[in-house]
Design a protein around this ligand. Sequence first.
Ligand code: ATP
Ligand code: FE2
Length: 338
Amino acid sequence: MAGGNWTLGIESTAHTFSFGLVNSSGIPFPSMSDTVKPLEGGIHPREAADHHRDLSAVLFHKILKSQNLNPKDIGAVAYSQGPGLGPCLRIGASVARTISSMLDVPLIGVNHCVAHIEIGRQQCDCEDPVLLYVSGGNTQVIAKLQGKYRVLGETLDIGIGNMLDKFARQQGIPFPGGPVIEKHALEFIQNNPNATLEGLELPYPVRGMDLAFSGILTAAQRLIEKGHSLGSVCWSLQEHAFAACVEVAERALAHSGKTELLLGGGVACNNRIREMCNLMAKDRESTSHAPPRMYCIDNGTMIARLGYIELNNGRKTSLGSSGINQYLRTDDTLVTWQ
Ligand code: ATP
Ligand code: FE2
């Protein structure tokens, strides 16, 4: 077996193709990424996959250059095995197989959702958190119980980020809409510090420990059609959607007896959800943590980090079992490393 001692991570579950690195001690280094931004409409899986294929060589060279490495410094290759869009996952897996075979180094397919958790734990120095995982495709409240990260509550329809992106698209705001909604909401509340939700009410998305966001999306669009300003509706949308996530996270803390809350996923970039989590945690004499934004959004570094952890725990992926799994679940992965 050849190879150096860096682990390369390849992320390709959806719109973002990203390469990241951890060193021989598992310390993360920033990713090199590129995201498909369709001019109109949502993400087309095949077009996103073509984008990833076209950029693979460029991003591989960029990530090596970022740490002055050459291919021989790579000692293992990790990739997202699922969940995600089939065509996109297949490109990441093929690129990973190619690099690992060429360099004759181990290959490790990892669970994308678990990678979000593990990079967060490393960055925020969390021991045993409840994770509020809020991304485009996923909205889950997760805690480790009996050797697996268990999903205690999740969206029953669309992910919170997809909901924000869809609402934004209806207003002519291109993908990703979440950051633009955040900006409009902030401007609104700064200009109207005494604003209340009266007249801007939306259906509350909590269903027991689960969530559902399609109703809130339709109702927010209706508020726009009734003539409410974009800023006020963005603000109301965030207040309702985030409060719902925080409520489920709080119940998960109460049920599990844990005292750390960790945020992950692209929507965790949002300052308002971070603030709400801090307030809730403080009330419960717990702590709330959010990784740097570059490690909240999809990134190759989190894949490298989980690959590093799993390889050190004796797991690797043979070529025969390196196929992707679009429907891989957070609790399909046995957590053997803690
Ligand atoms: P997953 O595969 O884990 O579901 P993903 O493919 O949705 O991830 P991420 O990069 O984790 O990708 O998240 C992207 C989402 O995050 C988009 O929906 C985007 O609008 C949202 N987002 C990014 N920044 C912000 C922000 N500041 N406020 C709200 N949403 C945000
Ligand atoms: Fe993600």
